[in-house]
Design a protein around this ligand. Structure first.
Ligand code: 13P
Ligand code: SF4
Length: 354
């Protein structure tokens, strides 16, 4: 969407007033009107590393969603303040695993006699509470860029993995990248007694997948892959690993948002691509690579923005920057000390993965 020139000028002026005091991070799924003000852009792995890159910045304005801002708070110094321009920018996937539900699940695993063999691996897209649970129980965080390495590490520590909260990333990584079979995976449903599983099923499983998913990536279907192949002969289908297993199995390439960008940068002129990820990013890539003769289309026929990512718009960013420039700290995201201590352990295990 074209940005309001008045708001663009106000954002620019507020950022200038703040100078080195502010560091603006932007996830790839953010709107163009917001991403133009990001000092760095990236997928969630890159942003987790970048967050700590400017320890001198008093304010980190995180243009992304709540769990990313929490992770940035955990990974930066106590003096740095992380600001989320709209507090309603959550993530429906992260909300699918609450601390209570996960504690209950651990009781179920304990009762089945397998808790000691289980290593939790939690996707970055989870609350700080879940990250703390993961750290406390000897597990690690992963993102879509390093899920395979995280699982390899976890299977060196134990015999089974509890993968939270995205069942698709867990299943796709286990089956596609690590050669496990679909039968090695079971799905734990937090809304059913004992997760809907028997103790025998839990004992036989290698991967215990939490029943969570991304509402945006979950919309791509096998039919959308078949449709686009019929419509555009020779098209390369490239999808995010949060898509369903059948979509990933039918695609030509799979990868995180950062991987998708690198793949398109390296693609030859004249190549054709259908991309299965969030629409702000796909449109931006289509515009960026069109002059180089690369044809890039969205995998689905219907629009597919992430509604919570989209909550961060230019008016919210202007409000946050102007407030900070006026000395008013707004929308601070702060993780309490105990949660932070254990969540950090899990995040640092991820950052130390080979
Ligand atoms: P990545 O940034 O790891 O590609 O994940 C995509 C996503 O859904 C972020 O919310
Ligand atoms: Fe959550 Fe999916 Fe949106 Fe990412 S794209 S923030 S996983 S709902």
């Amino acid at each position: 969407s074209p940005s309001d020139p008045d708001l663009v000028e106000r954002a620019r002026a507020a950022k200038e007033r703040l100078g080195d005091k502010v560091f603006v991070l932007g996830h790839h799924y953010q709107r163009d009107e917001v991403i133009q003000f990001a000092d760095v852009t990236g997928d969630s792995f890159k942003l987790a590393k970048d967050a700590a890159a400017r320890p001198d910045a008093e304010y980190i304005v995180f243009c992304g969603v709540h769990f990313m801002a929490e992770s940035a708070d955990i990974l930066t110094t106590d003096d740095q303040k992380v600001v989320l321009p709209d507090l309603a920018a959550g993530c429906s996937m992260a909300d699918m695993a609450t601390a209570e539900q996960v504690a209950e699940c651990w009781d179920v695993l304990t009762e089945a006699g397998i808790a000691e063999q289980v290593v939790p691996v939690s996707y970055m897209n989870s609350s700080a509470d879940i990250k703390a649970f993961t750290g406390k129980h000897g597990g690690t965080i992963c993102t879509s860029s390093n899920a395979e390495r995280a699982l390899e590490w976890a299977f060196e520590q134990g015999e089974k993995v509890l993968f939270l909260p995205d069942q698709h990333l867990g299943r796709n990584t286990a089956v596609r990248d690590m050669g496990m079979s679909l039968d090695d995976c079971v799905v734990y449903n937090p809304h059913k007694p004992n997760g809907g599983l028997t103790a025998e099923q839990l004992r036989a499983a290698k991967m215990i997948l939490w029943r969570g998913h991304c509402s945006v990536h979950g919309r791509f279907s096998l039919e959308s892959v078949e449709d686009v192949r019929a419509r555009i002969p020779g098209v390369n289908v490239l999808v995010h690993p949060e898509c369903k297993h059948e979509v990933v199995a039918a695609a030509d390439h799979v990868g995180s948002t950062e991987h998708i960008i690198k793949t398109l940068e390296a693609a030859p002129a004249g190549s054709k691509w259908a991309i299965g990820t969030e629409l702000n990013l796909v449109r931006r890539l289509a515009n960026r690579f069109a002059p180089e003769g690369k044809e890039i289309v969205f995998l689905d026929k219907t629009v597919c923005f992430c509604s919570t990512m989209n909550r961060i718009d230019l008016p919210h960013l202007v409000w946050a920057l102007e407030s900070l420039a006026d000395g008013k700290l707004v929308n601070r995201i702060e993780v309490d000390r105990e949660t932070e201590q254990f969540a950090k352990l899990a995040l640092e295990r991820m950052l130390a993965l080979p």
